[in-house]
Ligand binder design. Structure first.
Ligand SMILES: Nc1ncnc2c1ncn2[C@@H]1O[C@H](COP(=O)(O)OP(=O)(O)OP(=O)(O)O)[C@@H](O)[C@H]1O
Length: 341
């Protein structure tokens, strides 16, 4: 649906050249929700603005439905942009227009007749749950309601793709949850492909199928949300994961817990999340587990469970127990103790 091929964007300042996006390749598949996560300054806004050419990339191609939109005329580009809706962190509503007119104005500019405009406003106001607010002005609405207006405005063009530029960053956790639910509904019921940028791992957790981790204008890790939560490879991905669940025990905490021997993280995925493997392993092998931390993360497409455990026992028997876990689909990672020596 969206293919970014070797996209770069440089900004020339008086002093030097800033490479905000540096040779990015990214494929957002039809019907998916793809999240790009990165810290401030990673290049997220620049990247998403390159997708609809609000920013012209310095190099590379942007393909929408296999058409290179960087090569289109202005007229053709205007038509293609109708396929791409966009929502923003600060909503970008017209302050002096009612909710009805905020949704209606872009449709009028696109040349739709009064009846069609009326039908579409009614339809999309209902989808976002704002039918009773059509006569209100933005300053009479909460942040979540304002974002709903912005979503209805984007949907009213009937786009194939929705770009979301930190759409929940200005909202409290409960409202964030409700807006994420709405984005999921739009994706599932209207079949709209979503590309979103965020610095919040819970956004990725709740609604994304695939994820790209951005740092210094480059994609440093890409995978399904399940792959990233279960087996993060890049240090930045691990740092983001630590924001929603404590994955690592610091050496000082291990010391405080008076733990010696083998500290191991077990990551349970898919079928293995439902099996009592820890109990089973103690029956088969002479090892005693002491659970240090445990959590379960619900993702859009599955569950990832993590247990950090201190395994007491003779080293060669502990090794056998670890092989048992691996054979049953559990990822094993040694965090400290004898295995690191
Ligand atoms: N118009 C511009 N002129 C010069 N430099 C820019 C411009 N826009 C962005 N940059 C620089 O490009 C880099 C990436 O910025 P960008 O806004 O894309 O990052 P971001 O990941 O979206 O950050 P944030 O989450 O803080 O918005 C930064 O170093 C930024 O200072």
């Amino acid at each position: 649906m969206i293919q970014l091929q070797n996209i770069s964007k440089e900004y020339k300042t008086k002093k030097d050249i800033i490479k905000a996006v540096d040779g990015i390749n990214l494929h957002v598949k039809k019907g998916q929700i793809h999240g790009v996560i990165g810290y401030s300054g990673a290049g997220k806004s620049t990247l998403i603005r390159c997708v609809n050419l609000l920013e012209r990339p310095t190099a590379g191609k942007v393909l929408i439905d296999n058409v290179d939109i960087t090569a289109l005329s202005l007229h053709e580009l205007r038509q293609t942009r109708q396929k791409i809706g966009m929502i923003f962190q600060h909503f970008n509503l017209l302050k002096t227009a009612t909710v009805y007119h905020n949704i209606a104005v872009p449709l009028k500019l696109l040349g739709y007749n009064e009846k069609e405009v009326k039908n579409r406003v009614a339809k999309y106001a209902e989808i976002v749950g704002l039918t009773d607010k059509l006569d209100s002005y933005p300053n009479q609405l909460s942040g979540g309601q304002k974002q709903r207006v912005a979503i209805a405005r984007a949907l009213a063009q009937e786009p194939e793709v929705l770009l979301s530029d930190e759409a929940t960053s200005a909202l409290d956790p409960e409202t964030t949850e409700a807006i994420l639910e709405l984005l999921l509904k739009i994706n599932r019921e209207l079949g709209i492909t979503i590309l979103l940028i965020t610095h919040e791992m819970n956004v990725i957790q709740k609604i994304c199928d695939e994820v790209s981790v951005l740092e210094s204008g480059k994609v440093v890790e890409f995978g399904t949300a399940i792959e990233l939560f279960a087996k993060p490879k890049h240090p930045t991905t691990r740092k983001f994961l630590n924001t929603i669940s404590q994955r690592n025990l610091s050496p000082s905490l291990i010391e405080q817990l008076n733990v010696s021997g083998s500290v191991i993280r077990l990551t349970f995925l898919g079928e293995s999340t439902g099996k009592p493997l820890l109990a089973e392993v103690t029956k088969v092998y002479d090892v005693q587990p002491n659970i240090l931390t445990a959590n379960i993360i619900e993702l859009k497409n599955g569950i990832v469970g993590n247990i950090v455990v201190h395994l007491h026992g003779e080293l060669h028997i502990v090794q056998k127990a670890l092989t048992y876990f691996t054979e049953n689909g559990v990822a094993v990672e040694e965090l400290g103790g004898e295995f690191n020596e």
